[in-house]
Design a protein around this ligand. Structure first.
Ligand code: GLY
Length: 337
């Protein structure tokens, strides 16, 4: 097949790479490759840490995609950081949030180990004193910018040419879908800070600090990614208030970050959907497929999405939970068929 992929973020590029591997002719179009939400993403491969009440489908999808990541990263030549994730509560009220998350995860059979304050300190001595926490040994991380660079080197991008003819088009433009699909996603703003530390924590730390949620994701080269605010609005630069809240919470948890060198502040829109599940599969318009709406889970779900899109184009199979037609009004769909 000749396939056009619109959008060179981690999801579009993963789809393009999978289709190319399966022998299809793929053209990727994006005026600013890799500069959308993938550029901000911290890269937590965190099926357990990112699941909230009522989102068991996300947990299941995350686990399926996590199982693909080790071989995926190896093929792309990008290291995975496999030291697990620590959930912590700064004070006893914050610890209630950790306990809620642990109970939820245990209910879903996830591997999670509750820790008291002393056990947290022994595991991660760079943390401030916290009330307690839990270890998620199966939640890892990867550098999304490195993944995007590796994928771009494989599949490249081309300017859009209206004369080109394709058998199928994959729409993977994140929070900004073209008409008539634009209203299926909304931008959910997030700010992310990057710094370099000579003394970073040894694993991802996700914490609640007096009700403020923050994560600190270390990389083996000393980069530390601090995220992320979540606001129901799209567009605009990082705000001083958002960045100040992140830095306050991160330094409360990891005091040594005071000495870290600031390298980057980014704000991007997560592609949120009404049911917080991605849109992967047919639209009702012949030959037009969505790979979008991954909300907080684009990096984690990229390899699974790529397989699902390629399988759909080759066999017609669609995962019903992700089928975009669940959110497309029949008249909208019919007007395209
Ligand atoms: N997955 C992390 C975030 O969206 O902030």
């Amino acid at each position: 097949m000749r396939v056009k992929v619109l959008g060179a973020g981690i999801v579009g590029l993963s789809c393009a790479d999978e289709l190319r591997r399966r022998g299809h002719r793929v053209t990727v179009v994006d005026p600013q490759p890799g500069r959308g939400a993938s550029h901000a993403a911290a890269g937590m491969l965190s099926p357990a840490g990112e699941v909230w009440h009522g989102e068991s489908t996300v947990l299941d999808l995350g686990r399926r995609s996590m199982a693909l990541w080790p071989s995926y990263a190896e093929r792309l030549g990008v290291p995975l950081h496999t030291t697990g994730t620590l959930l912590v509560g700064r004070d006893h009220a914050d610890l209630q949030d950790v306990h809620r998350q642990v109970d939820l995860l245990l209910g879903h059979g996830a591997t999670v180990e509750s820790l008291d304050a002393r056990e947290v300190a022994a595991l991660e001595p760079r943390l401030a004193r916290v009330a307690g926490g839990a270890l998620l040994p199966e939640d890892h991380s990867v550098d999304p910018r490195a993944v995007v660079a590796a994928l771009l080197a494989r599949v490249g991008t081309r300017p859009d040419d209206p004369e080109d003819r394709f058998d199928a088009t994959v729409l993977a433009t994140g929070a900004r879908l073209p008409p008539p699909y634009a209203s299926l996603v909304r931008g959910v703003r997030g700010e992310v800070v990057r710094a370099h530390s000579d003394d970073p924590p040894s694993r991802t730390v996700r914490g609640w600090v007096r009700g403020q949620h923050v994560y600190v994701v270390p990389r083996p080269d000393g980069e530390v990614v601090i995220g992320a605010t979540q606001e129901e609005r799209a567009g605009g630069p990082p705000t001083l208030g958002g960045v100040a809240r992140l830095l306050w919470a991160a330094r409360e948890l990891v005091p040594g970050l005071d000495e870290a060198g600031l390298t980057d502040v980014t704000a991007r829109d997560r592609p949120g959907t009404p049911d917080n599940l991605p849109l992967v599969g047919p639209t009702g318009q012949a030959g037009v497929v969505l790979a979008a709406g991954h909300f907080r889970h684009g990096v984690l779900l990229a390899p699974l999405t790529a397989r699902l899109v390629a399988d759909h184009l080759e066999t017609g199979h669609t995962d019903p939970a992700l089928d975009p037609r669940r959110l497309i009004a029949p008249q909208e769909e019919n007007s395209w068929t």
